[in-house]
Structures are given as structure tokens and as C-alpha cells.
Design a protein around this ligand. Structure first.
Ligand SMILES: CC(C)(COP(=O)(O)OP(=O)(O)OC[C@H]1O[C@@H](n2cnc3c(N)ncnc32)[C@H](O)[C@@H]1OP(=O)(O)O)[C@@H](O)C(=O)NCCC(=O)NCCS
Length: 162
């Protein structure tokens, strides 16, 4: 087995990155990301890109400051499928937490689906503690373009940032 070292930078995601984010989801998801970049311009959210040396995003995720007062809510976290389990998600989450702290806030929260125990284990390892559960639902776009309602149960987790 060969291994390589990657130098990663974390920066704000920009509209021009969306063309390189096809790995992150459907056309509908990418259109939703574009809407979130408009919210980022207004300061309502941070939307981050983790890039390798070519400055192309290999991971992305946001912090929404409007879900709950005084709290940064992490959401839409995703690492390129070919690069998961290498520590990039950890880099992304730590950078998101730094953004929250830099706004003078001390609380991070996120939702994780019950069907995603690996993500939950990662969040627990990073210090997130479950404190509530809630149902959630959204429309998902299949590769043929059709929409399907996805209904799920989530655990709500939080972390006090120092
Ligand atoms: C969830 C997600 C964002 C986590 O990102 P990631 O880059 O895979 O996370 P990390 O690599 O930092 O940590 C996850 C795993 O890698 C391992 N790991 C961390 N650093 C590592 C390193 N340097 N070398 C090898 N393994 C490492 C961790 O122990 C952990 O173990 P696991 O594979 O048993 O889960 C990513 O897997 C993803 O995009 N999943 C699909 C979408 C999704 O589920 N999003 C979250 C919705 S709440």
C-alpha cells in the first residue's frame, strides 16, 4: 500500500467552486449550495471548502448562524467519497468551529441521522454530545432527476467551544 501526504487549506467556498463539487450531491443540492453562498455574502452562514494543492474542493460544509441564537449550526458536511476516512472531515469540522469562535460564539450544534452511525462516532470523538432527537424530511433528487421525499430521525448534538 502506498501513502501520500496532502497539504490542505480551508477557505470560503465560492460560486466558481460549484462546477468542481459534483461529487457532493445532485444538481438540486448544488443549486441549494449556490443559495447558501448568497446567504454567506450576507453573513448569515459560513460555507467552507477544504482544498488540496490544486485549490479544488475535496470537502465542504457550512455553519448556519440563524438556526438558533448564539449557536453555530454545522450542516451540509461532506468529504469527497474517494477521500473519506483520511482525517479531512476532522479538519473541516475544526475549521468550522474556529469560524464560530471567531464570531464570539461558544456553542456548536449539528444534527446527525440515526442511519449514519460513522458520522455520529466522529462527532462524539470530536466532543459533541447528544441532547435531543427530532424528525426531519427533505426532497432528494435521484440520478434520473425525479424527486423523492426522504424522512428521517436525527439526533441533535452540541459542543461547548473553548
Ligand atoms: C461524515 C464525513 C463528513 C466525515 O468526514 P471524513 O473525512 O470521512 O472523517 P475523518 O476521516 O476525519 O474521520 C472519520 C474516520 O476516519 C478515521 N481517521 C481520521 N483521521 C485519520 C487518518 N489521519 N488516517 C486514517 N484514518 C483516519 C477516523 O478514525 C474515522 O474512523 P471511521 O472510518 O471508522 O469512521 C464524511 O465521511 C462524509 O462526507 N460522509 C458522507 C456524507 C455525510 O454522512 N455527511 C454527514 C452528515 S451529518
Amino acid at each position: 500500500m502506498a501513502s501520500v501526504e496532502l497539504s490542505l487549506t480551508v477557505r470560503d467556498l465560492v460560486h466558481a467552486d460549484l462546477a468542481s463539487c459534483g461529487w457532493a450531491g445532485s444538481a438540486r443540492h448544488l443549486a441549494g449550495m449556490a443559495v447558501q453562498l448568497d446567504r454567506a455574502r450576507r453573513g448569515d452562514v459560513d460555507y467552507l471548502a477544504v482544498c488540496a494543492s490544486a485549490d479544488i474542493p475535496v470537502a465542504k460544509g457550512g455553519v448556519d448562524y440563524r438556526v438558533k441564537g448564539g449557536v453555530g449550526t454545522l450542516w451540509q458536511l461532506a468529504v469527497h467519497p474517494a477521500l473519506q476516512s483520511c482525517g479531512i472531515g476532522t479538519v473541516l469540522i475544526e475549521a468550522a468551529e474556529q469560524r464560530i469562535v471567531s464570531r464570539g460564539l461558544r456553542q456548536a450544534e449539528l444534527d446527525v441521522e440515526d442511519s449514519n452511525p460513522r458520522a455520529r462516532a466522529l462527532y462524539e470523538r470530536l466532543g459533541y454530545v447528544a441532547y435531543d432527537r427530532r424528525p426531519d424530511a427533505w426532497d432528494e433528487q435521484a440520478p434520473d432527476g425525479t424527486l423523492r421525499r426522504h424522512e428521517t430521525m436525527c439526533t441533535v448534538m452540541r459542543k461547548e467551544l473553548s
